[in-house]
Design a protein around this ligand. Structure first.
Ligand code: ADP
Ligand code: ZN
Length: 439
């Protein structure tokens, strides 16, 4: 590992497991005290559970603490979870509020500094240096992928281009003119960018200096990642973040690409059974629960992310012992239940990506026809061969069979021309549920 980073805290990256636990114990005690003394929501919960900060002595004692849910953040909207007076806060982010109140996350200047350090640590880890030119092609505004990567990349000392999402022709021009070596974007947008490159006769290998991609903020399969790497001719590293924990920077792949290192000097990571809320053994899928250890403005205890993943290990050939988690399979609320079968969109994606005849964009629609619930998978073709009906029919059959083997139901597959399905500039919308609800 290159430990010569003047910006980050390399000493924290290489802590042994024992040192991590010790640091977590200290930081957890401070966090719990901060919550208890300043946040009425937590004070109340502690009283109900009959605990005080003195009960927390080790990192494992985190299990004695109450959980926090997204609903709790909505109920205390906008500032009920603040642990400092508002005058000490310098930034507010808000996560999308599709139902009810959105959630608000507050930051002090120190919180923002730590966040920038986290992102910079990740970018350094995958080989980026001050000589690199970093183009951030993710949404800005409330979406933390914008400012989060902006400040992190600047902290590392790179020339940072706040290109934002969309306007692909301009993105490509920037990449060529500014000598962009690294791009961050949501994976669905990278594939769109590549399609526009193809239309323009631009070959990223030949015509750009791109050498690193950071992709994240939405679930994507290993197959999708590999496609992106082949298309763009560079490594694409998975980046995990969420507004409630700060934003990007929470977990990131190292050059080994064997799972996401979640930074345990910043968070205590638990994987629990979403029903019993008991810890699951390493290797088993469960809900990711995170406790912040360094947050001033809005510390969160045992935040239930609803993201489903599993522990892959606690050591890595890269020399970091921070827990490695599997790529997210989605949020528990992304799960579709169709005729009693549980299906994640990412399972569909995984299969589609194995067909070279298919492009990257797809849409799953759930409908009720004649009282039966059905799934239609529309997927764009990589090239047009609509005149070859026999070939199309065979392809359709093969895809349907492969999907059936994976999800145990037979979906309707529709092959459509490239560029016909909607593209979003932010996170991709993969599922439209039009089913009738019987009550
Ligand atoms: P919102 O809640 O409005 O979508 P966030 O940006 O806070 O806004 O979204 C965080 C969520 O995005 C995570 O909880 C997770 O579900 C998803 N996510 C973020 N990064 C990844 C990733 N690398 N892989 C899969 N899902 C991700
Ligand atoms: Zn590693």
């Amino acid at each position: 590992m290159d430990n010569n980073s003047p910006y980050l805290h390399p000493q924290y990256e290489t802590l042994s497991r024992e040192e991590i636990s010790q640091l977590q114990a200290e930081r957890l005690q401070q966090t719990v005290k901060r919550c208890y003394e300043n946040v009425p929501f937590y004070q109340q919960k502690f009283k109900e559970m009959g605990i005080t900060p003195d009960d927390i002595k080790t990192a494992a004692d985190v299990r004695k603490l109450p959980f926090t849910t997204k609903q709790d953040l909505r109920d205390t909207y906008p500032f009920g979870m603040a642990a400092v007076p508002l005058r000490d806060c310098v930034r507010l982010h808000s996560s999308s509020g599709t139902t009810g109140n959105p959630t608000v996350i507050l930051h002090t200047q120190k919180d923002l500094d730590e966040w920038a350090n986290q992102v910079a640590r990740n970018l350094w880890m995958v080989g980026l240096r001050p000589d690199d030119v970093f183009q951030n092609s993710s949404g800005y505004g409330m979406f933390t992928g914008g400012l989060g990567f902006q400040y992190g990349a600047e902290r590392l000392g790179m020339l940072t281009v706040p290109a934002a999402a969309g306007n692909s022709l301009r993105q490509i021009k920037f990449m060529k003119d500014f000598g962009t070596t690294a791009v961050h974007a949501v994976p669905s947008y990278v594939t769109r960018l590549y399609e526009v490159m193809q239309e323009q006769g631009v070959d990223p290998r030949r015509d750009t200096k791109l050498r690193v991609l950071a992709i994240g903020a939405e679930p994507h399969s290993e197959e999708q990642r590999q496609r992106i790497e082949q298309m763009m001719g560079v490594k694409a590293y998975n980046s995990f973040g969420m507004s409630e924990m700060c934003g990007p920077g929470v977990g990131f792949e190292c050059p080994e690409q064997n799972g996401l290192h979640f930074w345990e000097d910043y968070y205590i990571v638990e994987i629990v059974n979403p029903e019993t809320l008991e810890p699951v053994p390493d290797g088993e899928i469960g809900e990711l629960v995170l406790t912040t250890l360094c947050r001033e403005a809005m510390p969160l205890l045992r935040y239930r992310t609803r993201d489903l993943t599993r522990v892959l290990g606690h050591s890595c050939p890269c020399g970091r012992n921070h827990v490695r988690l599997d790529r997210m399979r989605g949020r528990s609320d992304d799960m579709m239940v169709l005729r009693g079968v549980n299906i994640f969109p990412i399972q569909i994606e995984k299969i589609l990506m194995t067909f070279p005849e298919l492009a990257n964009n797809y849409l799953i629609t759930l409908t009720t026809d004649d009282d039966n619930d059905n799934m239609t998978v529309e997927v764009e073709l990589a090239e047009m061969f609509t005149d070859d009906f026999g070939r199309l029919q065979k392809l359709n059959k093969d895809i349907t069979r492969a999907l059936k083997d994976e999800i145990l139901l037979t979906p309707r597959v529709k092959l459509v021309a490239k560029g016909t399905l909607p593209v979003s500039e932010g996170k991709a919308v993969r599922v439209v549920d039009k089913r009738k609800v019987y009550q």
